[in-house]
Structures are given as structure tokens and as C-alpha cells.
Design a binder for this molecule. Structure first.
Ligand code: SF4
Ligand code: SF4
Length: 92
């Protein structure tokens, strides 16, 4: 992003950003934060598939998932879809 580009906070409502959203850290939109109970997590990757922001990643070296809070918008879909209820949403 160059200094003359507008960020998502500066574009008009309903405006469409013509560039990749990768450089916009949408994580600061969130009100709720997903918290995972690692003891309840069975690494089924359902949350990875359902996260609309690609904010949950499988890390092969760790054999575990990792949340990227820079992009998590706090929508709660991961918590809703987790079959073992390992994720709870906490108010920030
Ligand atoms: S959906 Fe739940 S159990 Fe499955 S990997 Fe995600 S947090 Fe773990
Ligand atoms: S709260 Fe929403 S954006 Fe954040 S990790 Fe869960 S599904 Fe992804």
C-alpha cells in the first residue's frame, strides 16, 4: 500500500476497494475474540474451513492450528461450527 492509497476506514460506505485486502489488517474490526480450549480441540480443522477471513491456519510443524488475530473479525463462525465447542467468544 502506498501513502496515497485509502484504507478501508477512509473509503465511502458501500465503496469497493479495488485492491487485495491482504494489507488491510481487518482484525481491528472485532468486538469479540475467539479463545480456544486446547484440551477440547481435536484438530478436526472445521474452523479452518469455515473461517471467512482465512484467519485460522494449520501449521504442519506444530501439528496444530493457529489464529491470526490481525485478520480475525470476531464473527464467531468458528465457535459456532466447532464440533467440540472448543472455541468461546470473549468480549474484548
Ligand atoms: S473446529 Fe474446534 S476442534 Fe476442530 S480444529 Fe477448530 S477448534 Fe479444534
Ligand atoms: S471469529 Fe470469525 S474471523 Fe475470527 S477466526 Fe473465528 S471464524 Fe475466523
Amino acid at each position: 500500500m502506498t501513502s496515497k492509497d485509502k484504507n478501508w476506514k477512509e473509503i465511502a460506505p458501500a465503496g469497493v476497494c479495488s485492491k487485495s485486502s491482504k494489507s488491510f489488517l481487518t482484525g481491528d474490526w472485532k468486538t469479540y475474540t475467539p479463545i480456544r480450549d486446547v484440551k477440547k480441540c481435536v484438530r478436526c480443522l472445521t474452523c479452518v474451513i469455515f473461517c471467512p477471513d482465512g484467519a485460522i491456519n494449520w501449521v504442519p510443524d506444530k501439528k496444530d492450528i493457529e489464529f491470526d488475530m490481525s485478520y480475525c473479525k470476531g464473527c464467531g463462525i468458528c465457535a459456532n461450527e466447532c464440533p467440540t465447542k472448543a472455541i468461546t467468544m470473549k468480549l474484548e
